[in-house]
Design a protein around this ligand. Structure first.
Ligand SMILES: [Zn+2]
Length: 135
């Protein structure tokens, strides 16, 4: 019995190879990882707020990475590396890592921290989400 590829006419086979070569250059890999961190912070604000007192949140951090190519291990970024980097913030006082650690500044900090990251969501509590995007 013939193999699958031999079922194509030479013209179709040529088009398939051309298409595959073209797509090899145009594709993009997307990765998404969610990590929960429990951390404390206090904010310096120019208005009175309970957020000025030290308090904690169970933050949900969603990290988005992308790359047109893979590393030598066939990955965009190893999920375990992302976990290790972001988990450094778990059970910490965020004011030690980030100046004015609002959800906005936490998102930008994580974006800078993780290789190939282009977007970060920080969900401080249900209904309160911040997104930071950058290349
Ligand atoms: Zn807070």
């Amino acid at each position: 019995m013939d193999s699958g590829i031999q079922l194509f006419s030479p013209l179709v086979k040529l088009q398939v190879e051309k298409n595959m070569k073209k797509k090899e250059k145009n594709g993009m890999f997307y990765l998404e990882k969610t990590i929960e961190i429990s951390a404390s912070h206090k904010l310096e604000l120019d208005y009175g707020s309970k957020c000025q007192r030290l308090h904690g949140h169970n933050f949900k951090v969603k990290i988005y990475c992308k790359s047109p190519t893979l590393d030598k291990n066939g990955m965009v970024v190893d999920f375990e590396i992302i976990k290790e980097l972001v988990s450094a913030l778990d059970h910490s006082d965020l004011n030690h890592f980030i100046l004015q650690p609002t959800s906005e500044n936490i998102a930008k900090y994580v974006w800078k921290l993780v290789p190939r990251c282009y977007k970060v969501d920080v969900i401080e509590s249900e209904g309160n989400k911040v997104t930071y995007e950058g290349e």
